[in-house]
Design a protein around this ligand. Structure first.
Ligand SMILES: [Zn+2]
Length: 489
């Protein structure tokens, strides 16, 4: 094929898509993939990918960037550092959260995050809205306006007193989401179980970081996932269970997916890589490994890997929640704070994909196409990024070129974020992204940033694709029956 008119040609590489692995060149014009062929000559710029894997750029659909926690602690990463870290880790798009504080209008939330993102991101972005206050104004005016702008997903919490909106609030949100073609994401942990555990532990004087993992039992997640799924079934609305950390939770999701429920889920590298022993490190070191839900045990890791390999999870996401190991982050309430007053979360946007490639592909747990599904293409489809997540003509030239043989020891310096630690420090990694393109422009190449902050654009998203998911009809709300149909969403 002639290279006339291509800005860039990536040649000699092995292309990996969500279904195939094949030798091909890629021609890029106007920031889009214009041709995929056995050989493509020409191109103003030619990138040699011999011996490399050419894959869709990663899409990180669970990360906290320039976001205040409900207790007003700001993440260490903003849209500049967060997107740079994401790009060095093989991503060409990310979807952080835009979080509503109680009483805040949705317009105000979106304007706030627009001002944080614009001029800063090096890769494309969108937002999931976090709804903590589903007032009539939010449900009737704010959310429909957000959908019209292409924000087609949002998240609710079943835990944390300042975030938890209750079962009724979830039903209201899921109903509005369904009517607008959006998907609801849920952080599922039983709030009262956690608070009861906290009171018992505090009364016994057990407040070191290690007790964080004890305070949030696996049962609290299992119960809440079951309840969230039941709520979603009542209104037959799509649901995405974020950061599943338990074997029972994953099994429940698998079973309900087999029944046709419009249900998706993810797990995260930390639940596959770490156990609660990490929180036993001396002094306050364990605080580095505090996240919610907490990391569990090696039996859980094995079970979660089987769910990754067998398709229960749509993605393996970082849940990047960067709070530094200092007074700006973990220790905002003092260096001896009891665990409920230590900021929750760990960083990982830069290690998400190298870790998943190394432990997943290099160790033979998942195939290369599965890696593409879990890192990019499933997130594109579920969250409506209809020009991303694939290597095919017409799609954005969002591409990551990986060296599958490069070995590294994970270090903080390789993260390129604003953090002062990485929970993956010292882990042996095989496979690394060398070059990342976003809409045809090289963002990262061989360890150097090549793009200016601000080149990343907001991406309006489509409605969730529920093809093949028949859903569930509660008989009491089934229009095909003669009762309750009047109020069916
Ligand atoms: Zn999160």
């Amino acid at each position: 094929m002639s290279g006339k008119g291509f800005e860039t040609v990536i040649h000699g590489g092995t292309v990996v898509t969500a279904s195939e692995v094949f030798r091909a060149d890629i021609g890029i014009a106007d920031g889009r993939i214009a041709a995929v062929a056995e050989t493509i000559a020409g191109g103003e710029t030619r990138i040699d990918a011999s011996g490399k894997l050419v894959m869709p750029g990663g899409i990180e659909a669970h990360c906290h960037i320039a976001q205040e926690s409900s207790s007003k602690i700001m993440t260490a990463d903003d849209y500049r550092s967060g997107s740079i870290s994401a790009a060095f880790g093989g991503h060409s798009c990310f979807v952080p959260f835009a979080a509503q504080h109680r009483g805040q209008s949705i317009d105000d939330v979106i304007a706030t995050y627009d001002s944080r993102a614009e001029g800063n991101a090096v890769i494309d972005y969108s937002y999931h809205l976090i709804i903590s206050d589903p007032s009539p104004e939010v449900l009737e005016v704010g959310l429909p306006r957000a959908f019209a702008r292409g924000i087609t997903s949002f998240k609710v919490f079943m835990t944390y007193d300042l975030m938890n909106i209750g079962d009724g609030g979830m039903l209201d949100i899921m109903t509005v989401a369904k009517q607008n073609g959006a998907i609801t994401m849920v952080h599922a942990e039983n709030n009262d179980m956690v608070k009861w555990m906290n009171r018992r532990l505090a009364a016994a004087g057990l407040t070191q970081p290690r007790y964080h993992a004890i305070s949030r039992p696996a049962l609290a997640e299992e119960e809440a996932i079951g309840r969230a799924v039941a709520l979603a079934k009542l209104v037959d609305a799509p649901l995405f269970v974020v950061h599943c950390s338990t074997a029972e939770g994953a099994t429940l999701i698998q079973r309900e997916r087999l029944r046709g429920v419009k249900l998706f889920s993810e797990t995260c590298p930390q639940y596959l890589a770490l156990t609660r022993e990490a929180l036993d490190r001396p002094g306050m070191e364990g605080a580095k490994f505090m996240c919610s839900p907490p990391v569990r045990d090696s039996a859980t890791q094995e079970a979660l890997w089987r769910h990754v390999a067998s398709g229960t999870f749509a993605s393996v996401s970082s849940d990047h929640a960067p709070y530094r190991f200092d007074a700006t982050g973990k220790f905002a309430n003092g260096t001896e704070a009891p665990y409920p007053k230590i900021a929750n979360g760990m960083p990982g946007i830069g290690m998400r994909l190298p870790w998943l490639f190394s432990e997943g592909v290099s160790k033979g747990r998942i195939t290369l196409p599965q890696f593409v599904q879990l890192s990019s293409s499933n997130a594109a489809r579920i969250f409506g990024l209809d020009r991303k997540g694939a290597i095919a003509p017409g799609f954005d030239a969002d591409i990551a070129i990986w060296n599958p043989r490069e070995t590294r020891k994970a270090t903080l310096a390789d993260q390129h974020d604003n953090m002062d630690y990485t929970p993956f420090e010292g882990m042996e990694i095989t496979g690394w992204p060398e070059t990342v393109l976003s809409r045809g422009a090289v963002v990262v190449h061989q360890g150097a940033l090549r793009a200016e902050p601000g080149r990343g654009r907001f991406v309006a998203r489509r409605r969730v694709d529920l093809t093949g998911m028949p859903g569930y009809r509660a008989p009491e709300l089934d229009p095909a029956r003669n009762f309750g149909a009047e109020i069916a969403p």
